[in-house]
Design a protein around this ligand. Structure first.
Ligand code: PBG
Length: 334
């Protein structure tokens, strides 16, 4: 209430005065969205010249490695600072322990190398989690119906190391195992990768909005059960603050809240409490809803997208991962 101790009163004060023209609305805008706020997630597939459709995600494709330099060049031209990479792993490379994730030269490592060779000034962020690589679709090691925490962390550390060796700028653990940020940070430091950043998916919720993503990386059919023993309960935000605090203590450089729109209250609390670079992931299901309603003509996709992004910025996000990053950057440039 204290912020409003002194407030104008109608008719001497008329809030509409400051909304009267475009220049004035721009001048008094409290937040802005620019392409520099966006991270563009890209799905990577095996093969050559591939550009594969993803159910529910019109305008988003899985790209083979040879097509990534062109995508990264587009990001650069549009002023998008970074891409986030996710692999679609062929069935023959999946196993119960997800060991393909730790193999130097795997699909994601080749993707990192291709982008850094072609566009060294585009940031490459890579997911650390086992779900694209496991036959059961979980982010960690499954044993007797349970996800083993510390054993999973060991594999995740090796995964992060091969990604860093391949040239990743940022590793982004999305697995939600306890202690993984600290373990990854110390392994990176121990192997000369002190300059590789950790963007922690610190408050990641067990969400129904990940559906199209699981098709995109090919883990939906595989997934046994749900992820509620490691991803957070949507009911909680005190717990999100504890998760974020622990990850910062373990060495996270940046933190993320995920999904996006249903969790803007969490974004605001995290930003206010810690002040670290704070990101939100506008996830696949959120994108699918916008795209579907836009395709039907029920909403104006472009306008709704900018409004969504304004919401993220207003809530305190320093940046947003969104499949619509390219669309948004194009709209903003127009
Ligand atoms: C995997 C991962 C997921 C997403 C990002 N990394 C899915 C999941 O946890 O099941 C979801 C992203 C999206 O829906 O766009 N650890």
């Amino acid at each position: 209430m204290s912020a409003f101790a002194v407030i104008g009163r109608y008719p001497t004060t008329r809030p509409r005065r400051l909304r009267a023209s475009p220049w004035l609305r721009r001048l008094v805008a409290e937040s802005t969205v620019t392409p520099a706020d966006l991270v563009w997630p890209l799905f990577v597939a095996e093969g050559q010249g591939e550009q594969q459709e993803i159910p529910g995600m019109g305008g988003v494709h899985r790209l083979s490695v040879d097509r990534l330099p062109a995508a990264a060049a587009e990001a650069r031209a549009l002023g998008i600072p970074a891409v986030a990479l996710f692999p679609h792993v062929a069935g023959e490379f999946k196993s119960a322990d997800g060991r393909e994730a730790t193999r130097p030269g795997n699909l994601i490592c080749r993707a990192i190398e291709a982008i850094k060779a072609a566009e060294p000034d585009i940031g490459v962020i890579v997911d650390v989690a086992l779900d694209p690589y496991t036959t059961h679709g979980h982010d960690g090691i499954l044993h007797g119906g349970a996800i083993l925490n510390d054993q999973s962390v060991e594999v995740l550390v090796r995964q992060a190391l091969v990604q860093a060796d391949a040239g990743a700028d940022v590793v982004a653990p999305s697995d939600m195992m306890d202690g993984r940020v600290g373990a990854i940070r110390s392994a990176l430091d121990g192997s000369g990768h002190t300059g590789v950043s950790v963007l922690s998916y610190a408050a990641k919720y067990a969400s129904a909005f990940y559906g199209p993503f699981r098709d995109a990386v090919g883990s939906r059919a595989a997934l046994q059960g749900d992820k509620k023993t490691y991803q957070m309960n949507p009911a909680n935000s005190e717990e999100a603050l504890r998760e974020v605090a622990m990850d910062i203590d373990e060495g996270a450089d940046m933190v993320m809240v995920k999904p996006g729109l249903p969790y803007l209250d969490v974004v605001r609390r995290v930003k206010d409490a810690f002040g670290l670079p704070t990101f939100a992931y506008h996830v696949s299901g959120e994108y699918a809803m916008l795209r579907a309603a836009g395709d039907q003509g029920w909403i104006d996709f472009d306008k709704a997208l900018l409004e969504v992004l304004a919401g993220f910025k207003r809530a305190g996000c320093d940046g947003v991962l969104t499949y619509a990053a390219r669309d948004a950057a194009r709209i903003l440039a127009a």
